[in-house]
Design a protein around this ligand. Structure first.
Ligand code: ARG
Length: 587
């Protein structure tokens, strides 16, 4: 199967050659975009005329005279001060879409010429702690970015940098030693039990820790035992990690998200490399001793009173923290995993941390010019009241409760239409899940990641507006038409047919799928793909209004329209899948 050149790319090429034929030394971008007046409009002549000190309309007229119309371009005319309005032949639209239709799962979208390796750090909850909405965003955005990058041919490696190390484990482990049996064996609990056990142990150990000085001392010694690799201590630490993983997996499963065990590489995985990281930084002079600690200073980064804010690689007591694990992870990801891009999907509130870590790694030569490091910092999840999302009691909302409620509401929405559509109880439950989880994901992904967004379940599961349910209904409606057509008509492209305006609009939008995915992936902007899919569903709605499918004028027209809607369905399905959202067949 062959990749398909999109109509806009082929028009771009033609206009580009016409421009260089007119002004040989120029290499102007035609600046092509979709337009209401024609199929495409090119605005690039204006800048070119300015550079060449020519009259833009004259120049545009000359360029037009170089263009051979017929196969793809039906008509091109000068408009306004020197724009070009381009109309595409109906045949070219149908033929291009037919080639996409023939191409199976890739829909004619080519693969990158030179794929790199992106190590993507996302979905990183913390051991023995409840996941919150912030972890939700990292997981959802990270998974979508990964889906899009994979589709372009980029190699992606996931890293779930879970918080599985730190002084709090001294307290937890010591408590467990003194209260054996408080944590059930990991293989005997489900996610919910695991979390409730962990919570109980966490709270109980905190109480003792805060009130009993002697326990506090024993907990401190336990940290030392953990760090020096004491066997019993490590085994108990492992139990906390394993118990937490049971919980993580249950949440990821609820999120309908595949997480691979070998990609859960938490902070603790970098323990061994941290002393070397510190030694190298000090030897190179990137880090210096300051009040006993090993730190990196940055001229540009200053805090209160204009004091420089350092990155602490090693604390005065010899301990390593979060920065050291991230610096060591960079060394591993670049030299062992051969990353060309390091992508971190982490709350924007950690952007200063990453700025300092990246800069220190550059100074040390661990990040060269060949490696890009980027923190895709996402904004805060707000409640419907516009304030950071909290329960009425002011506590952070449990991620699981939130997901359960979304599924519950979605199931109610699905149930309302279930009889009409003929859904079994099993299908209602399954669809409720896909609609509810899809709604949560889509609401997140359809906003630019760096912005805050409102978690508003009512809006999320609404059938109208820019929601995943709207897109899922568009998909299911097409499936129902295809089922109705059954044996009597097969989706078949008929390039000889003239197209109605709504068919052209739908067709031209379908053709832009590949370019949209590439752009969204390159810019780490899932909301652009989401917006594209929403527009696709809107074009489909207009098409239904204006173009009967099963009752078209001729059998050929019915076949051609079935082909158009089927390609639309496949495009919706693919695009949603890249974002991590399912499209049920019946809804
Ligand atoms: N576990 C951290 C948190 O919950 C996020 C880890 C982000 N990734 C990283 N490489 N630092 O805040």
């Amino acid at each position: 199967m062959a990749p398909v050149t999109s109509l806009s790319d082929s028009v771009n090429q033609q206009l580009g050659s016409a421009i260089s034929a007119t002004v040989p030394e120029a290499s102007a971008d035609p600046l092509l975009r979709r337009s209401d007046r024609a199929d495409f409009q090119a605005n690039g002549i204006l800048a070119l005329a300015k550079k060449a000190k020519a009259n833009p309309r004259d120049l545009a007229t000359q360029v037009v005279s170089q263009i051979v119309t017929g196969d793809v371009i039906k008509d091109v005319e000068v408009s306004g001060p020197g724009f070009l309005n381009v109309t595409i032949t109906d045949r070219a639209i149908t033929e291009t879409l037919a080639a996409r239709y023939e191409d199976g799962d890739r829909l004619g979208v080519p693969l990158k010429d030179e794929p790199g390796t992106t190590v993507i750090d996302y979905a990183q909850p913390n051991v023995a702690k409840e996941m919150h909405v912030g972890h939700l965003r990292s997981a959802v955005i990270g998974d979508a970015l990964r889906g899009m990058l994979d589709f372009t041919g980029e190699k992606t490696i996931g890293r779930h940098h879970i918080g599985d190390w730190g002084t709090q484990f001294g307290m937890l482990i010591q408590y467990l030693i003194e209260n054996p049996g408080e944590l059930a064996p990991p293989d005997e609990v489900d996610g919910e039990q695991a979390m409730s056990n962990l919570n109980r142990v966490y709270k109980a150990s905190r109480v003792v820790f805060d009130s009993d000085e002697e326990f506090k001392e024993r907990a401190r010694k336990r940290v030392v035992a953990l760090q020096s690799g004491d066997k019993e201590t490590l085994e108990l630490w492992q139990q906390f990690v394993d118990e937490s993983k049971v919980y993580f997996y249950s949440v990821f499963e609820k999120l309908d998200m595949e997480i691979r065990d070998e990609e859960i590489v938490g902070e603790s995985a970098y323990n061994e490399g941290m002393p070397e990281t510190a030694r190298l930084l000090e030897e190179m002079g990137v880090a210096v001793r300051s009040e006993g600690a090993l730190v990196v200073f940055f001229d540009e980064i200053r805090g209160k009173d204009d004091q420089p804010v350092p990155l602490i690689v090693q604390k005065a007591d010899g301990g390593f923290g979060y920065p050291a694990s991230d610096l060591t992870a960079i060394r591993n990801r670049v030299s062992e995993l051969h990353a060309t891009t390091l992508l971190y999907v982490v709350d924007v509130r950690q952007s200063l941390h990453f700025k300092m870590v990246f800069e220190a790694a550059r100074r040390a030569g661990w990040l060269s010019d060949d490696v890009t490091a980027h923190n895709m910092g996402y904004g805060t999840v707000l409640g419907a009241d516009g304030k950071p999302f909290k329960t009425r009691e002011g506590e952070t909302v449990k991620l699981e409760d939130l997901l359960d409620e979304a599924v519950e509401r979605a199931t109610a929405v699905v149930r309302e239409k279930a009889e009409k559509v003929g859904l079994t109880e099993e299908e209602i439950v399954e669809n409720g899940r896909y609609v509810g989880i899809g709604a949560v994901k889509y609401a997140d992904l359809s906003t630019s990641p760096n912005r805050d967004y409102k978690f508003d379940l009512d809006q999320m599961v609404s059938l109208n507006g820019d929601t995943s349910v709207y897109l899922q209904y568009a998909y299911a409606r097409i499936q129902s038409i295809l089922r109705k057509a059954g044996e009597s008509a097969t989706p078949t492209a008929h390039p000889e047919l003239e197209l109605a305006p709504a068919e052209r609009a739908l067709g031209l939008h379908l053709d832009a799928f590949g370019n949209t995915v590439f752009e969204s992936a390159a810019e780490y902007a899932p909301h652009k793909l989401a917006a594209y899919l929403y527009q696709l569903a809107s074009h489909l709605t207009t098409f239904y209004d204006q173009c009967p499918v099963l009752k078209a004028d001729t059998p050929e027209q019915t076949e051609n329209r079935l082909f158009l809607v089927d390609l639309t369905a496949r495009t919706l399905h693919k695009g949603m899948a890249l974002l991590g959202i399912r499209t049920p067949e019946k809804l």
